[in-house]
Design a protein around this ligand. Structure first.
Ligand code: AMP
Length: 131
């Protein structure tokens, strides 16, 4: 059965898309740790990030870098934190999270609840900064 992220990539499940290219797709996390929390996924369904071929992993990181630069320009923060967890969704993904201190990357923290209008505003802000 297709993973939830494969369904997002195909458009079967809606997402707040940030960017895509032929092989990778970035969209806002629906339960964000911070405004601008974005997931980057390969379109090819692979369970875990480090199951990817070396070349794919390198390409995905380069794509994630382009997205992270855009997030950092759009959302005031010190850094874009990078995390790989993958315990909930068995489709490789990288979390990109705007952070100001190390504790901001604590996935045990309560998540933000944002309205669809707030998600759309964040989406547009970041999209406008992606090159
Ligand atoms: P993990 O597999 O532990 O890295 O967590 C999966 C992440 O995917 C969580 O942060 C979820 O909030 C996020 N997520 C799950 N379903 C969706 C969805 N439909 N749209 C956006 N983000 C999602």
């Amino acid at each position: 059965m297709a993973s939830i992220f494969t369904k997002i990539v195909s458009g079967e499940i809606p997402s707040y898309k940030i960017a895509e290219d032929e092989k990778y797709y970035a969209f806002l996390d629906i339960n964000p740790l911070a405004e601008g929390h974005t997931l980057v996924v390969p379109k090819r369904e692979v369970d875990y990030l480090f199951d990817l071929e070396d070349r794919e992993l390198a390409e995905m990181m380069t794509f994630a870098k382009r997205v992270a630069v855009g997030i950092r320009e759009a959302i005031p923060c010190n850094r874009i934190g990078v995390a790989v967890i993958g315990l909930d969704v068995p489709h490789a993904h990288i979390h990109l999270v705007p952070i100001n201190e190390g504790g901001d990357l604590d996935f045990g923290k309560p998540k933000l609840t944002l309205s669809s209008e707030e998600f759309r505003t964040i989406q547009e802000k970041i999209q406008g900064k992606i090159r």
